[in-house]
Design a protein around this ligand. Structure first.
Ligand code: PAF
Length: 283
C-alpha cells in the first residue's frame, strides 16, 4: 500500500493514537524532505524496529537563520513520496508551516550547553528551532522510537538530551552516516555543489580519516595536533573555507585537550560557495 499523506497535525495525532491503542509500535523519521539514500537508511532502521513507520517532511522555518537557505531549500515532494513508498513507509506527515506555527506562536524548547558550540556558534537559534519542532513532532506522532543520523551529531545528542530532560517516552536511535562511494557524507545540500566542488568535497572525510589513523596507529592523542592534520589536509586538497574543526567530549560537546577513547567527537563544518557541509567521526 502506498503511504498515506496526512497534512493536518490533529489528524496525525488521532490516527497514530488509534494505532497505539491497537497495540502497534510506531517509528518516526523526522526529515525536511529532499530525501536521499541517507534518509532511506533511517527509514530502513525504523521499518525494522516498529509496526508503523511515519516520516515527517517539513522544511522547518524556525531552524533557518535570516541569511540562510530557507526559500532555496530543495522541495521535491513527488520524488520523496516515491522514496517513502519504496521504503515501506505507512504515513507521511507533510504539514503546512501555518499549522505547525499558528499565528502568535511563542513557545520554545531550548537545550542549553550542548547547543552553544560547533554549529550552534555560527547558527544562533538553529537548535532551538530543531528541538521545538521535534518536540512538537513527538507530541503529535507519539512514537516509541525516533531515528536520526549521526551526520548531524550535535542535533542527535541535543535531541537525546531534550528527550531525557523532558521525559519523552521515546527511544532515540542514531544511524551511522551514509556516504557516497568516495566518502562524502550524503546531504540534501550536496546538490548546491558545482562539479568542481563536488570533486573536492570528499577531502573533508579524508582529513577526518587521516586524523583517526594518526590517533589509532601512531597514538596521537593531542587535540591540537589532530586539528592541524585535518586543517592542512582540507586546505591542501580543496578550496573549502573552514568554519570550524573541533575536538569535543561527546557528553558535553565542550572542547577537550586530549582524545578520550569512547567519548570524543571530531566535528567540522566548511563552506563551499553555496553549500555549508558538515561531517564528523567518533573516537
Ligand atoms: O535533520 C533534519 O532534517 C531536521 O533538522 C529535523 C530533525 C527534521 C528537524 O527539522
Amino acid at each position: 500500500m502506498p503511504p498515506q499523506v496526512v497534512r493536518q497535525p490533529e489528524a496525525l495525532q488521532k490516527r497514530l493514537m488509534e494505532k497505539r491503542l491497537e497495540g502497534k509500535t510506531i517509528a518516526l523519521v523526522p526529515t525536511m524532505g529532499a530525501l536521499h539514500a541517507g534518509h532511506c537508511s533511517l527509514m530502513a532502521e525504523g521499518r525494522k524496529r516498529c509496526d508503523v513507520l511515519v516520516v515527517s517532511i517539513f522544511v522547518n522555518p524556525t531552524q533557518f537563520g535570516p541569511s540562510e537557505d530557507l526559500s532555496a531549500y530543495p522541495r521535491t515532494f513527488d520524488a520523496d513520496l516515491e522514496s517513502c513508498d519504496r521504503e515501506g513507509v505507512d504515513v507521511i506527515f507533510f504539514p503546512e508551516p501555518g499549522s505547525m506555527y499558528p499565528e502568535g506562536f511563542s513557545t520554545w524548547v531550548e537545550v542549553e550547553g550542548l547547543t552553544e558550540g560547533l554549529c550552534g556558534a555560527t547558527r544562533p537559534g538553529h537548535f532551538r528551532g530543531v528541538t521545538t519542532v521535534v518536540a512538537k513532532l513527538f507530541l503529535l506522532a507519539q512514537p516509541h522510537v525516533a531515528i536520526f543520523g549521526w551526520k548531524d551529531a550535535q542535533q542527535l545528542l541535543t535531541i537525546r538530551r531534550m528527550t531525557r530532560d523532558l521525559g519523552f517516552p521515546v527511544e532515540i536511535v542514531g544511524v551511522d552516516t551514509f556516504r557516497e562511494s568516495d566518502g562524502l557524507a550524503m546531504s540534501s545540500r550536496n546538490r548546491y555543489l558545482s562539479p568542481e566542488e563536488r570533486a573536492e568535497a570528499p577531502a573533508l572525510y579524508r582529513a577526518l580519516k587521516e586524523a583517526e589513523r594518526m590517533h589509532r596507529e601512531s597514538g596521537e592523542n593531542r587535540s591540537d595536533a589532530l586539528r592541524d592534520i585535518i586543517k592542512r589536509r582540507i586546505e591542501s586538497e580543496s578550496s573549502a573555507r573552514i568554519d570550524y574543526i573541533e575536538i569535543v567530549a561527546m557528553d558535553t560537546l565542550r572542547p577537550t585537550d586530549t582524545v578520550v577513547e569512547g567519548n570524543t567527537l571530531i566535528a567540522l563544518a566548511a563552506f563551499m560557495s553555496q553549500a555549508r557541509l558538515i561531517d564528523n567521526i567518533r573516537l
